[in-house]
Design a protein around this ligand. Structure first.
Ligand SMILES: [Zn+2]
Length: 396
């Protein structure tokens, strides 16, 4: 056990006690946020959800933030200028969820007081993280240098918020991402993601009368899919997975078209380009058929190096709060932390909720962890702000 001088640990422990006292308020605010459904595909519902975030922020930090409208999407941000010679600290989350409209009618927000958990669509990924973030900021004596961004298109690859996230990442000393933890562990690395689609065009013919006049797109595609697997390099963390496919128009017709969607994950940055190159070099072997490859890499990988310094700092902050030091995990799923890491910003992810079941029926949040995670975030912010990471060096 680490020995911490009482004088240094005292304020941190007092901060945790203060946030624990706010647990009922946090749960009420989580209920309000979960009860505003925000499927990524419904931009109006997402805008209404962002409005609920702003109402909660007005209550917790006394500031509803500024709306950012990008194409048809609404995001919200807060900015407090950094002191001279210091760089800002970015705090990033998303209000959209993977759950379709009306999921609440069969699965409303609820609290199981005995088990100490709250459940509802999107509570874990990542509405609890937003509530925790706002309370962390409210607990800080000094907000200078903080930049908060809550987006509404993360679950669909952040098409309208990516440029803003990258801009914030370029300027920031650190990006702290409020995605859920994995059993409390912080996310210290993430695979990069890509999505592709292979379309084969062939020639239709009656399957009974004159199949020889056709060019079977399905057969051609099946042969190509057999070669797609060889592009994967599991030892390097690269997976290339055919996921969704369809072909043909009727049971007695040689299919004139067939397609397959491919999910790509890479752990090493150069692998994204290699996979892209090799997928684009594919061609069908069957005469009369032709392959078209579409898609691209989406999120670049977030390497361990991007989080190493922040992870150590977070473990030290947990120690100061008398909380167990969090573990770190490298995960296959992407987040907006991939974008900040790729522009060179030190990034730590998984700072949000403790619980389980992201994107799964029954996702839930541990209520006692909400003030703990909130205090941990506040302590990390303090440490980054007062440490060497936030010093603005001359880039000229
Ligand atoms: Zn998420």
């Amino acid at each position: 056990m680490a020995v911490v001088p009482e004088s240094a640990a005292g304020p941190a422990v007092a901060l945790l006690a203060r946030l624990r006292g706010r647990t009922p308020m946090m749960v009420d605010q989580l209920a309000a946020l979960v009860s505003a459904e925000t499927p990524s595909s419904d931009v109006a519902a997402c805008a209404a959800g962002i409005d609920v975030v702003r109402q909660i922020a007005a209550a917790v930090i006394g500031d509803a933030g500024e709306l950012v409208v990008a194409e048809d999407r609404t995001h919200v941000r807060w900015r407090w200028p950094a002191p001279p010679g210091r760089r800002p600290i970015a705090l990033i989350g998303h209000a959209d969820t993977v759950w379709p409209t009306s999921t609440l009618t069969r699965w409303p927000f609820s609290v199981d007081a005995v088990a100490g958990i709250a459940t509802g669509p999107g509570c874990f990924d990542m509405k609890a993280g937003i509530v925790q973030l706002l309370h962390a900021v409210s607990a800080l004596d000094d907000r200078s240098g903080l930049e908060i961004l809550i987006t509404s298109d993360e679950e669909v690859g952040s098409p309208t918020s990516r440029l803003l996230i990258e801009d914030i990442g370029r300027a920031a000393a650190a990006a702290l991402i409020l995605e859920p933890s994995r059993d409390g562990a912080l996310k210290i690395g993430r695979k990069g993601t890509g999505s592709y689609r292979l379309d084969v065009a062939g020639r239709a013919a009656h399957a009974g009368l004159e199949p020889e006049k056709g060019a079977n797109a399905l057969v051609a595609l099946a042969e190509v899919i057999g070669r797609v697997g060889a592009i994967a390099r599991p030892a390097a963390g690269t997976t290339v997975t055919p996921t969704l496919a369809a072909a043909g128009t009727a049971a007695n017709v040689v299919p004139a078209s067939a397609y397959v969607e491919i999910d790509v994950r890479v752990a090493e940055p150069p692998e994204a380009d290699r996979v892209d190159r090799e997928l684009r070099a594919l061609a069908t072997a069957l005469p009369g058929t032709e392959l078209t490859v579409s898609g691209r890499p989406n999120r670049p990988p977030m390497p361990l190096a991007a989080s190493a310094a922040l992870f150590e700092l977070a473990r030290g902050a947990a120690d100061r709060l008398n909380l167990p030091a969090p573990d770190g995990v490298f995960v296959g799923g992407g987040s907006d932390g991939n974008f900040t890491a790729a522009v060179g910003c030190p990034t730590l992810d998984g700072l949000g909720a403790v619980g389980g079941g992201a994107h799964a029926e029954g996702e839930h949040v541990r209520i006692d962890s909400m003030p703990q995670r909130s205090a941990l975030l506040a302590a990390i912010i303090e440490r980054v702000r007062s440490g060497p990471m936030a010093v603005l060096t001359d880039l000229g």
